[in-house]
Design a protein around this ligand. Structure first.
Ligand code: GLN
Length: 499
């Protein structure tokens, strides 16, 4: 049993095709691991064992017929932002506690068509707003990693913290996530796994609960770069139901992982040396640059002059779009409806007051404020102009380099109890990731080293729009050079080792 939850997706795919084990055995091993560890980690909000076993049995029939698809029999978790037909989809919110979608999201529909087995719905910050998975109405997620020197419960990052913790703890071989300002890359960094936010438009947003529509993108998590390539190829592709989904061929990302970095130019943006950047993050970054140089790349310094305004622009644009998107939760058509109300306005107010948590209410208030008549020009319009300048900075940099290398986050995972009550301090977690969403570019985080207390630290590889292939090539080269083999304390294969 331990061996089955320890596989990569590529190994599982080969093992299934060679009939070394069945899809049912692989799924049962993961369901057993979830049963043992999820009560502690809280990585899944909803586990769907009956559906998973039925999908695994169907996969075994397809395998027996020799007709395996890209993900046949591969057990994954899906962030509870992706609508699942007939299965409750909460977005981490009380307001959607009893919402059972009548349709499947475009991304998971593609994965299911390719034969994936979905084990359940992963926990997240409410409506994907957060960086620590502390705003979920279904309780916090525990990061499976521990510091060397204490037993504190660490956060997994956010908002896709459940997806990242599930993959890190071997409760799934891979997972879906969404990334609006860093929600795939930052939890990947905190949990010591890899994750990629593809170019805006690469994956369809159809059937994903909306947070900030001009920034939201779906992407995968997995324990290796190659596994991310396998998952993304299945998830991506044009979809007429999402007008922002791009009409682009989906390349063979897995093949791109083999390309190497010889002859590539990699830029280090000098503005990413943030105020008070810790020595260990700086060292991690320098080591990453040295590894790419040793692998044959040319590493140069570049400038992204408007970087310092990105966080402020993001925290105007994202709440503005969120306040508009969340207007649909009014207690009338779906979602929580207050039972105690006098008239229609009272129904709206009470349903929303009871259904939304504090962080979501804060974002709605900020969003409506920056969009209001007297402040629109001063905040929202200004932020849109800053966004254009940030995108132009990247376009300029990519005239002379093929990819950029930066740290993913300013620190390692912090403890639940240490959480900063100041929301602005929490927003600083996203300082290295939000510019990429504002510019719509692809970026990946891979584990590249350990902090002084033994926690994983990620490096971010940023590419040109629709050039995920170079992102995969650079990430795979860095992964090989970094040879990050450390693993978290809490994981399925150690628990099951005696079984
Ligand atoms: N932490 C950021 C926020 O709270 C990013 C979240 C995300 O990417 N979904 O908005």
């Amino acid at each position: 049993m331990s061996a089955l939850t320890d596989l990569t997706i590529a190994e599982a795919r080969d093992g299934l095709r060679a009939k070394r084990f069945s899809a049912r055995e692989l799924t049962d091993a993961h369901l057993g691991a979830i049963e043992a560890l999820n009560p502690r980690l809280n990585a899944y909000i909803t586990v769907t064992p009956d559906q998973a076993r039925a999908q695994a049995d169907a996969a075994d029939r397809v395998l027996a017929a020799g007709e395996a698809g890209a993900l046949t029999g591969i057990p994954v978790a899906s962030k509870d932002m992706f609508c699942s037909e007939g299965i409750r989809t909460t977005a981490g919110s009380r307001i959607l506690e009893n919402f059972v979608p009548p349709y499947e999201s475009a991304v998971t529909e593609r994965m299911l068509r390719d034969g994936a087995v979905i084990l359940g719905k992963a926990n997240l910050d409410e409506f994907a707003m957060g960086s620590a998975n502390l705003t979920s109405a279904y309780g916090p997620v525990e990061n499976p990693w521990k510091r060397h020197d204490d037993d504190a419960v660490l956060v997994p990052g956010g908002s896709s913290g459940g997806s990242a913790a599930a993959v890190a703890a071997h409760l799934a071989l891979g997972a879906t996530g969404t990334d609006t300002g860093g929600s795939i890359r930052q939890p990947a960094s905190y949990c010591g796994i890899a994750g990629i936010k593809p170019t805006y438009g690469r994956c369809s947003r159809w059937g994903i609960v909306a947070y900030a529509s001009s920034l939201d993108q779906a992407g995968p998590f997995a324990r290796t770069v190659r596994d991310n390539a396998i998952l993304l190829r299945s998830m991506a592709g044009h979809d007429p139901r999402d007008s922002t989904s791009a009409m682009r061929e989906v390349p063979d990302f897995e093949a791109a992982c083999q390309r190497g970095v010889k002859g590539l130019r990699i830029g280090l943006p000098r503005e990413y040396v943030a105020d008070g950047m810790s020595e260990e993050i700086r060292t991690l970054w320098q080591n990453g640059a040295a590894m790419l140089r040793a692998a044959g790349a040319e590493v140069v310094e570049v400038s992204l002059p408007h970087t310092k305004h990105a966080l402020a622009a993001y925290y105007i644009i994202a709440p503005a779009e969120a306040s508009s998107n969340l207007a649909r939760y009014d207690g009338v058509r779906f979602g929580h409806r207050s039972s105690d109300n006098r008239d229609l306005n009272d129904l709206y107010e009470r349903s929303r007051a009871e259904g939304f948590g504090a962080e979501v209410k804060r974002r709605i208030m900020v969003g409506t404020y920056v969009l209001s008549a007297g402040y629109y020009d001063a905040y929202y319009l200004k932020a849109q102009k800053v966004r254009a300048l940030i995108a132009r900075d990247f376009a300029e940099a990519f005239r002379s380099v093929d990819a950029l290398l930066t740290p993913t986050a300013p620190s390692a995972a912090f403890a639940q109890g240490e959480t900063i009550d100041d929301p602005v301090a929490m927003y600083l977690n996203d300082v290295f990731t939000v510019p990429i969403n504002l510019a719509g570019l692809p970026a990946m985080s891979i584990p590249a080293g350990l902090s002084a207390t033994g926690l994983p630290l990620g490096l971010q590889i940023i590419g040109r729009a629709f050039d995920e292939e170079t992102v995969f090539a650079v990430s795979a080269a860095l992964e090989q050079a970094a040879a990050f083999t450390h693993r978290p304390v809490l994981r399925a294969d150690t628990l099951n080792a005696g079984a």
